[in-house]
Design a binder for this molecule. Structure first.
Ligand SMILES: [Zn+2]
Ligand SMILES: [Zn+2]
Length: 308
C-alpha cells in the first residue's frame, strides 16, 4: 500500500489555493518526493510531513515550475544536521538544471555540507529502494525530456502461521528463512520448503505518477491495471487547442486514459489557474465516474483493488 500527499496541484503558476507541483509518496518507512516546485518546503511543513526520511526526489522534467523548490529545500537540509544526503533522480536535462541550481548557487551560499547525488535516468531504468521499485518511463511533453514514474511493490506471499505451527517450525530464524524463500531442516531431520507454508503470490500495489504529458498512447501497456494513477489534467476540453499547443492533457484525455488502462483510482492534478476546479472534475467524471480532483495537502491511500 502507498500513501500519497499532494503538496502542490497548480500548473505553471501558483494560485491562492494551489501551489506548484509536488507529490509525496509514502511506503512503510520510505518517502519519495516527485517534483519540487516553488513553495514545496512550506507545504511539507503545513502537511506536517517532516524531513527526516526524505532522501529521494524524482523529477519529471526540467520546467521551472517543477524544480525551483529544490533550492530552498536543499538550503534548509544543509543547515539541518540529521539529514546528510539527498539523491535527485530525473532525465538528464532536469538533472543538469538541478545540479547548476544546487552546486553553483545554493550549496556554496549555504556553506554547510549536504551530500547531494544526481542520478540521470533513461526510460525503462528502475531504481530499487528498500521495499519499492521505481520505474522511469519516457513521455512526450513539448521539447522537454520528461519521465513518468511507476512505483511498484514486489509481489508478496502470505506466511501461514498455522501450517508452520502444525509442521513444527519454531518461531524465529527458521520462519524468517522460509518467508524469504529458503528451505529449513528441523531438529528431527524433516525438511520444510517455502511452498509448504507460503500462499499464492499476490501482486504488490502499483502507483503511476505522470507529470506533464502531451499524450498518453505510449503509457497504455505499462499502466494497465495500476491501482492508482496521479496525472496532470491541465485544461478543459473546450481549451483542447491550448492543451495540444503546450503539450498538456485535458480532463477528458486524463479520464479516458484512466478508463482505458483500468486504473483503480484516478487523481487529477496540475490544474490551470484559469479554472476554479469543479468544472475539471465534472468533465473527467463523464469518462471516469470516481475521478478525484487533487487539492493541496490532500492525502490518499492507494491499495490493490482486491483490498479496497
Ligand atoms: Zn508543469
Ligand atoms: Zn512542463
Amino acid at each position: 500500500m502507498f500513501d500519497i500527499m499532494f503538496l502542490g496541484t497548480a500548473a505553471s503558476r501558483p494560485t491562492a489555493d494551489r501551489g506548484l507541483s509536488g507529490l509525496m509518496v509514502f511506503h512503510e518507512t520510505e518517502r519519495f518526493l516527485v517534483d519540487c516546485g516553488e513553495g514545496t518546503q512550506r507545504q511539507l511543513i503545513r502537511g506536517k510531513v517532516g524531513y527526516r526520511k526524505l532522501t529521494r526526489v524524482f523529477l519529471t522534467h526540467c520546467h521551472l515550475d517543477h524544480i525551483l523548490g529544490l533550492g530552498g529545500l536543499a538550503a534548509s537540509f544543509s543547515e539541518w544536521e540529521p539529514l546528510k544526503e539527498l539523491t535527485i533522480y530525473g532525465p538528464p536535462t532536469a538533472i543538469s538544471l538541478a545540479r547548476r541550481l544546487l552546486c553553483d548557487v545554493v550549496l556554496p551560499e549555504a556553506g554547510k555540507a549536504l551530500n547531494v547525488q544526481f542520478v540521470e535516468l533513461a526510460s525503462g531504468e528502475t531504481v530499487s529502494c528498500d521495499h519499492v521499485q521505481v520505474r522511469a518511463i519516457a513521455v512526450p511533453h513539448r521539447e522537454a525530456e520528461c519521465l513518468a514514474y511507476l512505483f511498484e511493490e514486489p509481489p508478496r506471499r502470505h506466511f501461514d502461521k498455522g501450517t508452520a505451527e502444525r509442521l513444527g517450525v519454531p518461531e524465529g530464524p527458521s520462519r524468517h528463512q522460509l518467508a524469504k524463500g529458503m528451505s529449513v531442516t528441523l531438529g528431527d531431520g524433516t525438511t520444510v520448503s517455502p511452498d509448504d507454508v507460503l500462499g499464492a503470490s499476490v501482486a504488490g500495489t502499483r502507483l503511476m505518477v505522470v507529470g506533464d504529458i502531451a499524450d498518453t498512447d505510449g503509457l497504455l501497456d505499462i499502466a494497465a491495471d495500476v491501482d492508482g494513477l496521479v496525472i496532470e489534467s491541465t485544461y478543459l476540453d473546450a481549451d483542447r487547442e491550448h492543451a495540444r499547443h503546450y503539450g498538456h492533457l485535458t480532463a477528458v484525455d486524463a479520464a479516458r486514459f484512466a478508463t482505458a488502462c483500468r486504473a483503480g483510482a484516478l487523481y487529477l492534478t496540475h490544474i490551470s489557474g484559469r479554472y476554479r476546479g469543479p468544472e475539471i472534475l465534472e468533465e473527467a467524471r463523464q469518462w471516469y465516474p470516481d475521478a478525484v480532483l487533487a487539492k493541496d495537502l490532500m492525502r490518499a491511500s492507494i491499495k490493490p483493488a482486491s483490498a479496497s
